[in-house]
Design a protein around this ligand. Structure first.
Ligand code: PXP
Length: 242
């Protein structure tokens, strides 16, 4: 039987909008509260090294005061590990980060960075934080994620969202492999009303993290309606195969 699937809402784009004017509005914390009220199961924030959207004060307040699990995306650096261990979000998702990218491009190369990742993950685990690695749906990356001590992988759905042929099959196989390896499976990037169903239908996937589309759609119909609709599509897809 399919287990429930959670929706984590990424509020980075709210911070981007706020920062465009340099003021305090719209406030990612207030929007995170509204997302929770509308049914979001988690809130995702990415504290980038250059602080281009979420800032330290946002992260502090969201981690301290939002009632649902916080998924704290970060690069595998000393500075971010220290911040995460202090803020103690429910989970950390380690992502690759390049200053010039517009959004997170490509998954983390866990295979090549095992020695760097292992001690960071050990520190986060010791602080009681569940660690996820944002990876492309490749078996070698999944096996490396297990080897470095991660409990969760978030499969990168960006190539699928860009209609790359064969990508749904790769995601399906990778999701199935997570069960064999004993890893919890999440997914995200580029998901929309139009493409979410085949991903939400994969029974191993327990959480989707979605940001850009939800924030854009909310401009048309409002945040509560957008979140309710996305959750409805996810639940309906989940019923397939039940
Ligand atoms: N998951 C991760 C690890 C991400 O970096 C992002 C983008 O910030 C997302 C999910 C959400 O992607 P999108 O904003 O395209 O929904």
């Amino acid at each position: 039987m399919n287990q429930a699937i959670r929706l984590g809402v990424n509020v980075d784009h709210v911070a981007t909008l706020r920062n465009a004017r340099g003021g305090a509005h719209p406030d990612p914390f207030t929007i995170a509260q509204a997302c929770v009220a509308a049914g979001a199961d988690g809130i995702t924030i990415h504290l980038r090294e250059d602080r281009r959207h979420i800032r330290d004060a946002d992260a502090e307040k969201i981690c301290a005061e939002i009632s649902v699990p916080i998924n704290f995306e970060m690069a595998a650096t000393e500075e971010m590990t220290t911040i995460a261990c202090r803020l103690k979000p429910h989970g950390v998702c380690i992502v690759p980060e390049r200053r010039t990218e517009i959004t997170t491009e490509g998954g983390l190369d866990v295979v090549s960075h095992q020695a760097q990742l292992k001690p960071i993950i050990a520190r986060l685990n010791a602080a009681g934080i569940v660690v996820s690695l944002f990876i492309d749906p490749e078996p070698a990356q999944l096996e490396a994620a297990l080897a470095v001590g991660a409990a969760v992988v978030e499969l990168h759905t960006g190539a699928y969202a860009n209609n790359r042929p064969g990508e749904l099959a790769r995601l399906t196989a990778a999701a199935a492999l997570t069960t064999k390896l004993g890893l919890e499976c999440h997914a995200g990037h580029g998901l929309t009303y139009a493409n979410v169903a085949p991903i939400a239908a994969l029974p191993e996937i327990r959480e989707l993290n979605i940001g850009h589309y939800l924030v854009g759609e909310a401009l048309l119909v409002g945040l509560p309606e957008t979140i309710r609709h996305m959750k409805g599509l996810m639940s309906a897809a989940r019923l397939v195969g039940k």
